[in-house]
Design a binder for this molecule. Structure first.
Ligand code: SAH
Ligand code: SF4
Ligand code: F3S
Length: 478
């Protein structure tokens, strides 16, 4: 491993990171003097609209903000800084952001000192930035996914010049290590292991807004997780748009399988999860590593997207219905009790009833524990958006309902089989459920509600399953 730094990706220069720390310190001083004048700490409201990687980026922003002396608020109204970390994977994610931004206009008029920042994947699209510049003039800072670490500098410029700062890097930059982070949770942590995506699935905007694949150096990842272990974190989820291709850009000796074997030794960490895995890159080497590593949980999120090979080809997914089913049986041979979850898109352009039947057929053959289902959403700039065979909203909705009906029945049947079994549960905290006061997850990532107590939080306990729902389980401490 000594040489991994030499082979590694280009990192943001230490001087650049040091400069950002200087800006953080300058803002901290401004905030400290404001605190003396106004008698209260500066507050920030930050909302994420996207996936786990988006949330992990927000944790980095919160780390920087905390370093600058800001405390987190629950509402935009009483905050000095408001940040929206946006997503553009589907149209409804974008609409939500515009809705929230519109609502801030009055707040900005009432309090011109309020700083409004928007960042994330949506901002990597030129037309979005233009639209915000013209229609949402109350926005002060716009930045993208490739220069997140520069946020302290951008904030400093806005505070000092009181003018709008727009800084979006078009192409993917280098990896920034050593910036602060403030994690939402004290038990489970996300660790991004790679950025970007090279796959260009025909419906998907992610490769355009996140750039090409860049893997973090293995030493940086191992060090981050070692610290998490020391801080009493029990579970980590390794994140990447396609984690299976981790290391391909670093050199031949490094692979995702090797990475998890390495992480499996880290003291304190009890559970390892990862997402997302692309079926075309799920190697035998990885299946064996999952089987051998005791901390890797028996759960795999393996998006299939569609059941019809014709549609899969058109989607540029690079596997057939049969390949996928075969892959699942290989995985189950090595890890028989593995829980499988997936993503499915309905109403992809040109999808016929017959194509859709193949999707239902895969659900019945594979029997996923859970499926995240999406209505196809047209994304400007992607090949699928140009197709003249768009499926009507009505047909999409009908198929969506049917899919849910079939999947929910399967999910419930799988959960019913757990009745009476004793499962290892990592206790997360209070439950939203009124009868069962505590909640946690099994290694298969299933939610279990049970009667517990405060001192169990963060511990692994055995729970006997006494009841099942479609999306959760109920149990008693065993
Ligand atoms: N990199 C991951 C997930 C990326 S986005 C992967 O490859 O699986 C999460 C999910 O959003 C995708 O799996 C897909 O099911 C869905 N998705 C992506 N683009 C979409 C679109 N244009 N319309 C509807 N769903 C989409
Ligand atoms: Fe999008 Fe496909 Fe990349 Fe996933 S693998 S992020 S679906 S292009
Ligand atoms: Fe959305 Fe960007 Fe994640 S588009 S799904 S926030 S990578």
């Amino acid at each position: 491993m000594e040489n991994s730094k030499d082979r590694g990706n280009i990192q943001v220069a230490p001087e650049e990171i040091a400069l950002q720390y200087k800006y953080m310190n300058d803002i901290k001083e401004i905030n400290a003097s404001d605190e003396t004048n106004y008698g209260r700490k500066k507050k920030v409201f930050l909302q994420s609209f996207g996936c786990q990687m988006n949330e992990n980026d927000s944790e980095r922003l919160l780390g920087m903000l905390s370093e600058m002396g800001y405390i987190e608020a629950n509402k935009a109204e009483d905050s000095d800084v408001v940040i929206f970390n946006t997503c553009c994977v589907r149209e409804n994610a974008e609409e939500k952001v515009y809705g929230h931004l519109g609502a801030l206009k009055k707040q900005k008029t009432d309090n011109p000192d309020k700083i409004i920042a928007v960042c994330g994947c949506m901002m990597q699209q030129g037309e979005v930035v233009d639209h915000i510049r013209k229609k949402y003039r109350h926005v002060d800072i716009v930045f993208g996914t490739h220069n997140l670490h520069k946020f302290p500098e951008l904030l400093y410029r806005t505070i000092n010049t009181k003018s709008t700062v727009i800084d979006v890097m078009e192409s993917a930059g280098s990896i920034a290590e050593g910036m602060p982070i403030e994690r939402k949770d004290a038990i489970k942590a996300w660790v991004t292991v790679m950025y970007g995506c090279n796959n260009f699935c025909s419906y998907c905007i992610v490769p355009y807004v996140r750039g090409r694949e860049r893997s973090r150096n293995i030493d940086d990842i191992v060090n981050e997780i070692t610290v998490l272990g020391q801080q009493n974190y029990k579970e980590i989820t390794l994140l990447g748009q396609n984690v299976n291709s981790y290391g391909k850009d670093l050199g031949n000796e490094i692979s995702f399988a090797k990475l998890i074997r390495e992480i499996n030794h880290i003291e304190g960490i009890e559970r390892i999860r990862f997402m997302t895995s692309h079926p075309k890159d799920l190697s035998e080497e990885l299946i064996l590593a999952m089987r051998d590593c005791d901390k890797v949980c028996e759960h795999l999120h393996l998006p299939i997207q569609a059941g019809s090979t014709r549609i899969l080809n058109d989607m540029n997914r690079k596997y057939s219905k049969e390949n996928y089913i075969e892959l699942v049986s290989k995985i189950r041979e090595e890890i028989p009790d593995i829980a499988l979850t997936t993503d499915i898109i309905v109403g992809y352009p040109g999808e016929t009833e017959e194509d859709f039947e193949h999707t239902l057929d895969v659900l019945k053959k594979v029997r996923f524990d859970f499926a995240y289902t999406f209505l196809y959403s047209k994304r400007t700039g992607t090949p699928a958006a140009k197709s003249s065979e768009q499926v009507s909203d009505e047909v999409k909705k009908q198929r969506f309902e049917k899919l849910l009906e079939v999947q929910n029945k399967i999910s419930k049947e799988i959960n019913d089989k757990l009745l009476g079994k004793v499962e290892e549960v990592l206790v997360e905290g209070l439950s939203k459920n009124s009868i069962w006061n505590y909640t946690g997850r099994t290694r298969a990532n299933k939610i279990v509600n049970f009667k517990g107590s405060k001192e169990l939080v963060g511990r692994l306990i055995n729970v006997k399953i006494t009841g099942t729902q479609t999306w959760s389980l109920e149990g008693e401490i065993y």
